[in-house]
Design a binder for this molecule. Sequence first.
Ligand SMILES: Nc1ncnc2c1ncn2[C@@H]1O[C@H](COP(=O)(O)OP(=O)(O)O)[C@@H](O)[C@H]1O
Ligand SMILES: [Mg+2]
Length: 295
Amino acid sequence: VSSTDRAARVVKLLKDEEWKTLLALEKASSVHGFADPGMLSRLSRQPPERVKFALEKLAARGVVSGSGPKYALTRESVEALAIREYVRRDQISALGAIIAKGKESDVYEAFDELGSVYALKFFKLGRTSFTRVRRKRFIDRAEIRSWMSMNYEAAEREHRSLRKLEGLSRAFPKAISHNRSTVLLEELSGVKLSERPELVAPQEALDEILEAVRRAYQSAKLVNGDLSEYNILSDGLRVWLIDWPQAVGTDHPNAVDLLRHDVFTVVKFFKRAYGLEVDESSALDYAEGTRNTSA
Ligand SMILES: Nc1ncnc2c1ncn2[C@@H]1O[C@H](COP(=O)(O)OP(=O)(O)O)[C@@H](O)[C@H]1O
Ligand SMILES: [Mg+2]
């Protein structure tokens, strides 16, 4: 059972005082890494006894780590807070099954009241969990803070990049929202190109990918930097370029190198998997905008 499954399970169970305590713990963690019940009582404006009781219940449910004087946030708490926030905003009403485990994230189906389906991406960067760490004094405060900011910032960056890309090509997934370590996305059908799905028109698929890369570069001023057959989905007809948290601006010192990496990786893959002969440097010139055709 993953942290997300545990988080989804407790979302329905937590009481108001437990949510208030969790929110206080999140606030405290971003500054101090840890919190004691006294601090959480002040931050959540709840009596100390109520906070202690809430913390014990949260710890028993595996939502926070620690006991006694020191408590720390876990993935479960962060993900529970995020799921609750989407529900409060009426963006989703239920979490479904896991769609895929990525390199840095788990992606789940999510549904709204009307039955529309979304993909909810949970970033899982850094250490797995602080839950099972017994010797609490050996957990580094800085480690918790950097773990939080790493995951929260990845979600925010991916959302921001996808917003910049919106409308530039139908090959970019729509981002609906982000919260904490998660991004809520349009659900895409299809499989990764690494699974070598049969494509109706491989050349057109490659053209659409290169055109999307070009639009990202020229109009959104973004380079994905991690583009490959693992980050492109296809249903045989359409293609989608996913996974944007690491995207950099075209003013980044490595932007051109990253663009070259993205273009060469994709062109080489299409050669290997679909037998297409496309000149790599012409494709790069096209993406960069120094040439107007990709072939
Ligand atoms: N919008 C989406 N709709 C459907 N499946 C998705 C979507 N985004 C990602 N996935 C699935 O989740 C996997 C991981 O997503 P990805 O964005 O590549 O993150 P990671 O950084 O973990 O690789 C993808 O390979 C894909 O199978
Ligand atoms: Mg990926």
